[in-house]
Design a protein around this ligand. Sequence first.
Ligand SMILES: [Fe+2]
Length: 134
Amino acid sequence: MKSIKWSSDLSVGIDQIDEDHRRLVQCLDDLFTACFAGQGPEVLNGILARLLQYTREHFSREEDIMRRVGYPEFETHRALHAELVSELDDFIESNALADNHGTSNKLLQFLQDWLTRHILVEDKKICRHVGAID
Ligand SMILES: [Fe+2]
């Protein structure tokens, strides 16, 4: 398993969104590093809490942009955001990271896949709509 890194492929052409995505990628990378350094649940849960906070802030900024530009798939996109926030919430509440290392690996993989796919597919659709990318 590799850590997620920012690359220009992930750029969606709207500075504010790119900046947020960079921060989320960095936070996932922090989680990766902490997991593989064998950090305990306290450290891991602290990073997860930060990730959840950044994610919430980012989603609300992105939703403002979608509203402003009259994005036609707003509701579908917002539902994807809400789903991830509630999954993260449940995960943090269940304190599953305290249990074992396999769980944190699975979570990391899930979050990396989710974020990458979401940026490349869903967020790029918004940017195409506003003409930020082709
Ligand atoms: Fe999004």
